[in-house]
Design a protein around this ligand. Sequence first.
Ligand code: DAT
Ligand code: MG
Length: 151
Amino acid sequence: SSTERTFIAIKPDGVQRGLIGPIITRFEQRGFKLVAIKLVTPGKEHLEKHYADLAGKPFFPGLIEYMNSGPICAMIWEGREVVKTGRILLGATNPLASAPGTIRGDYAIDVGRNVCHGSDAVESAEKEIALWFQESEIVSYKAAQFDWIYE
Ligand code: DAT
Ligand code: MG
């Protein structure tokens, strides 16, 4: 449905490198709708919850340190198949394996500095949205362009 939601977060490197605008632009231009956005430094405990599935990995401590190294731009984007399509806009986890034209393929080199997070499934999107946002922070509105994007 056109109300599917995904959690997209511009990581500390993306924020510091001035990539908030370019990354938002890609989602906007595709036709997706921004329904929540904030700049946050949520702390290690929160970041460990966000990446709980990776807790056993050797890169986990470095990942948490990186994610805790500056503000993160947390967002919720809405639209038809936005979870899957958001991952396509992001590119592969390892930027060197990402095609040009994708966010990671255009803006990143190392896997540990891959500038942007996107939920990998509808279920994890719901979990991540609940972890990062209060219901009151999510805005409900009809985008003016809706009928020009969807048939
Ligand atoms: P993704 O961010 O594409 O969903 P993931 O969920 O498997 O990838 O991993 C989360 C983040 O952890 C990823 O964006 C960067 C880091 N990471 C993953 N694999 C890594 C590795 N082999 N070495 C270093 N960092 C890694
Ligand atoms: Mg992931």
